[in-house]
Structures are given as C-alpha cells and as structure tokens.
Write a protein of this length. Structure first.
Ligand code: CTP
Ligand code: MG
Length: 232
C-alpha cells in the first residue's frame, strides 16, 4: 500500500452532546477514532494516516494510536477545512501525488468502497468522492419555508468520505477557497469552486457519520453486521 489518508478529528462533537468529543466515545471498548484508523490501515492500498486533533486534546495520548508508526498526529484548526489543510501540509508533495481525506466520525467505511474510489480516481486521472443516492424526495425551500420546487432526485447524492484528489490541486483549491471566503464543507466543494472534475463513486449508505446520540447504537449495529458479513 502507498496512499496516505488525512483524518480530521479535531471537532468537539457539539450535536452529540457527550462528555468527550465523539471520536473518543467507544464501541466494543475501542474508540471511534481507532475503529476508523484501523479500517483505513488494514486496507492494502493505504500505508499511512495523518490525524488532525484538537489543540488541547487530552484523550489522544491514551489511545493506541500515539505509538503507531503508521500514524502521524498534527494539530487541527477551527473548522474542518482548517484541520484538513493542517494535515495536508504534512504530506511530501514530491512523493504523494494523491491523498484521501476521511472523517474520523465514519468508522463503518468498507474496504470494497475504498477500493472502488481509488480505482476510479486512478483510471479517470481525476478526483472523486464516495457518495450514496438520496432516498427521499428532495424539496428546495423558499425564504418562507414553503416548497419552491421539487428537485430531480435521480441527480441527488449524499456526499460521504473518503474523498480523493491530487494533493497539490487539493491544497491550492482549499487555500484559494479560504482566501476568497468561500464556505467549504468538504474537499470536493473546494475542487468544484476551481472547476476541477469530481466523480461521484457509489458507496454503501452504511458509511454513516456519527453525528447525533442515536448514531452510536446504529454504528455499533453496522460494525457487527459487517463483522458477520451481513452488510449490504
Ligand atoms: N473536524 C475537525 N476539525 C474541526 C471540526 C470538525 O477535524 N474544526 C472533524 C470532526 O472531528 C469529524 C469530521 O471533521 O471527524 C466531521 O465533522 P462533524 O461530524 O461536524 O464533527 P464535529 O464538528 O465534531 O461535530 P459537531 O458539528 O456536531 O460539533
Ligand atoms: Mg462540525
């Protein structure tokens, strides 16, 4: 394996309302962050992970990650995009043509989806992201919160992670977006703003982002399903 994954893990997990940041909550006695990093490093094409943690993170040192030689730790920033950029700056640009970015809060990503994304990007020679088709009918609202229009559902996707791009292009796209004050919620949106292509690679919808309290049970269920080969 030879790809590096940047893992933003510097959030406080406000919506989770837990005592510690959500990436340090445990499932089967292992932190979510460790589940996520284990998933990534056990994929044959991935050799290194760069984790961006919070400035005064008191939890990271007691995880097993602190002395894993395939893991580098950097200090993240105020927004997710700042954390991602901090991680990207640790890559050796000459060696790492491609980089993946994956949320710490998505421990359920499957190897087959990682393979599909990496294969797609190499084959097409441009970046892309895992995504899943939306299930519900999507409504666009007006300012009175009445329906403005119904969107064409067949063209709507949930943006998941990982997202994979050429390192140099991603760094310049994020830097440019930040300097122009464009709001960047994922890597793809930075690339789109500069007109770079970004492929939607269909991934499993069980790649959830643990966001709210009820998601913890759901993630535990999904991880167990996957262990027993029952996942979709
Ligand atoms: N993240 C980060 N740096 C930030 C904010 C978020 O590295 N300044 C990371 C989170 O740790 C998480 C991922 O980005 O792994 C996705 O963000 P999100 O799910 O929104 O996590 P939080 O920001 O921690 O949660 P909330 O928005 O509820 O506070
Ligand atoms: Mg957030």
């Amino acid at each position: 394996g030879h790809f590096t994954v940047v893992v933003p893990a510097a959030g406080v997990g406000k919506r989770m309302r837990s005592a510690c940041p959500k990436q340090y909550l445990t499932i089967d006695n292992i932190t979510i962050l460790e589940h996520t990093v284990q998933r990534l490093l056990s994929h044959c094409a991935i050799s290194h992970v760069i984790i961006a943690i919070g400035e005064n993170d008191e939890y990271y040192p007691s995880t097993g990650l602190a002395d894993n030689k395939n893991v580098t730790c950097v200090v993240g920033g105020k927004e997710r995009v700042d954390s991602v950029l901090a991680g990207l700056k640790n890559l050796h640009l000459s060696k790492e043509q491609w980089v993946l970015v994956h949320d710490a809060a998505r421990p359920c990503v499957q190897h087959k989806d990682l393979t599909r994304l990496i294969t797609y990007c190499i084959e097409h020679d441009h970046g892309g992201l895992l995504a899943s088709p939306v299930r519900d009918t999507m409504k666009q609202a007006n300012t009175e919160q009445r329906v403005e229009t119904t969107l064409e559902r067949s063209q709507m996707w949930h943006a998941l992670t990982p997202q994979m791009f050429k390192t140099q292009e991603l760094i310049s796209a994020i830097s440019s977006a930040l300097s122009r004050d464009i709001s960047i919620t994922d890597e793809s949106s930075a690339m789109e703003a500069l007109g770079y292509p970004s492929g939607l690679v269909k991934g499993s919808s069980d790649n959830i982002k643990i966001t709210q309290p009820e998601d913890l049970c759901l993630a535990e269920f999904i991880l167990n399903q996957q262990k027993n080969n029952l996942s979709p």
